[in-house]
Design a protein around this ligand. Sequence first.
Ligand code: PEP
Length: 244
Amino acid sequence: MRQLIAGNWKMNGLSGDAAAIAGPLRPGSDGLACDLLVCPPFTQIVTVANILVGSAVAVGGQDCHVNEKGAHTGDISAAMLRDAGASWVILGHSERRADHGETDALIQAKTRAAVAASLTPIVCVGETEAQRVAGQQNTVVGGQLTGSLPPGFAGVVAYEPVWAIGTGKTATEADVAAMHLFIRETLVRQLGDAGNSVRILYGGSVRPANAASLLSVPHVGGALVGGASLKAEEFLGIAKAAKA
Ligand code: PEP
């Protein structure tokens, strides 16, 4: 299974930035051994999709509503993302769980909506620092997987320890190995054999300098990259460390 390197631009990127970041990904993605995805803010999806059309780089959104359309001011549906040129969507990012009170049940409903609109969902899970210190990481992540993934889930899971996101701290290889094995076992229990085919990304301060070691940990199927995805050179540096 090819590894997936996914960039989450978060709430960053005006039109000039979008062209500067996405432009170099076209030639830069030639011959990579991994799949590449960028998730700009909603307002830049059309621009980025046009820049990358016909390339190997896919485009995704960072959230979607559970409904296809209707009276939901300020929200964006999965069908709208698809229409704008996206084929993926990140769901349940810890920043949305914290900033918008997103629950596992809501994330599961969004995941169903994404699949119904032919988007591939990346469902994020991960414990806070306090939960890890209390030794609760498996309980927390196990609960998030059970609550957020619908039966028959065939998307991607991203393990992102909250304390490692945007902090420069990364989990140790041993911690990543233990959690990814736990997630794999949970997915197989939940989804049967199909759980073996779900790519499990690691996210949390991934940089070109630490990418090769993190991406070589068993059951790590790629990386979800925040800060370093805002510079094409750094993002491609991470992608070059990925394995087929
Ligand atoms: C993220 O937001 O998903 C993330 C992993 O951010 P960063 O790479 O900046 O830690």
